[in-house]
Design a protein around this ligand. Sequence first.
Ligand code: SAH
Ligand code: SF4
Length: 381
Amino acid sequence: MQMGSFSDARDSSHRAAPFRLGRRHRAMNLLNLTPNDAERSIAVWVAERGEPPYRLRQIFPRLWTHPAADWTGVTELPRALIDDLTTSAPICRLQLQTRQTSTDGTVKFLWRLHDGLAVESVWIPEGRRRTLCISSQAGCAFGCVFCATGRMGFQRHLDPWEITGQVRELLLDPEFGKPTNVVFMGMGEPLHNWDAVDKALTILNDPHGFGIGARHITVSTVGIVPKLARLAARPEQFRLAISLHAAVSERRAAIMPVEKKYPIGKLMEALRAFARRITFEYVLIKGANDSVRDADELAKIATPLGALVNILPLHPGGAAGLTPVAAGPTRQFARRLKELGVNVTVRRSRGLDISAACGQLRTETDLAASLPSTTVTSSSN
Ligand code: SAH
Ligand code: SF4
């Protein structure tokens, strides 16, 4: 059993004295630090205790590269050291509340946080690729009308360890393991929680963290312009997906309130400074963004940027009265874009039978009177 409480470890997270841990200090959450900082903290702690330096090499990899479920399982360490670590730097875990498996192999996880809030991740296997879609916030402040998370409103930012913990939990599960790709397309707006996401990107990418290549990590955003510059300033080639969903400002404002604060014109200006391949996410909604003019305006802004347009089917869960666009007109919309020289993909729905779109598992679970906190496999329908 852990002696240091979960909340103690959170309280003394990245916001407080990051380089010290030990008996004189409160418990600390090493998983909230960048690998460099965590390594330094452990080295100092090992030295202060008079332990041989090789203890660092026994402890440090158990954070991310060879993650331990808890210190008790790190049997190469002496018992007293395990007890000290458990008290000083307990390994914080996300609690699995629900797991649903789709008939197409997509798996959705609902994680319960220490304060009772919940966030979700989605595992999407496709050939050799295993993509994990992760959450960066509980709820979301941006209120896009088609989005289940947006309808919940904002609850709180996730800490770095809660973001990267979604990957760590799967590494600890022999049924899953390390994803080949990570996308910030779960709950929340990653650039609204930039400080934590900045650190989470380092943990995901660093060879002493999870070692996932920057080109395999995608940040999806509605386009918070000042924060885009922060992401652009990072030297790693993280991928950027912009949730555009309409290329005409008034049309976009009708479905995405963020357009009023950061209009398309300003967003495009910021994107021009982003010297990397960009994807525009475009959920087709009947009557809202699916006309020929919508396609033409989209082509006008996508072509000069060399952006890829990813057309997505509308999943249920957003405001009432929104209608998805049928397969035929979706293909026509894509064809029009191609004719205008745009690079387009039409993504098929994954995990529809388990409501694997943003925020839907959370919504369903909150609605259900009492879901057991065990594995649930959805039936095919
Ligand atoms: N806040 C970020 C990342 C989370 S949303 C963003 O908006 O980009 C991840 C993706 O899911 C976004 O492209 C979003 O537009 C899309 N999405 C949200 N609700 C959806 C729905 N009902 N159907 C299809 N895609 C949806
Ligand atoms: Fe928030 Fe993204 Fe959903 Fe918009 S689409 S409400 S930004 S999570």
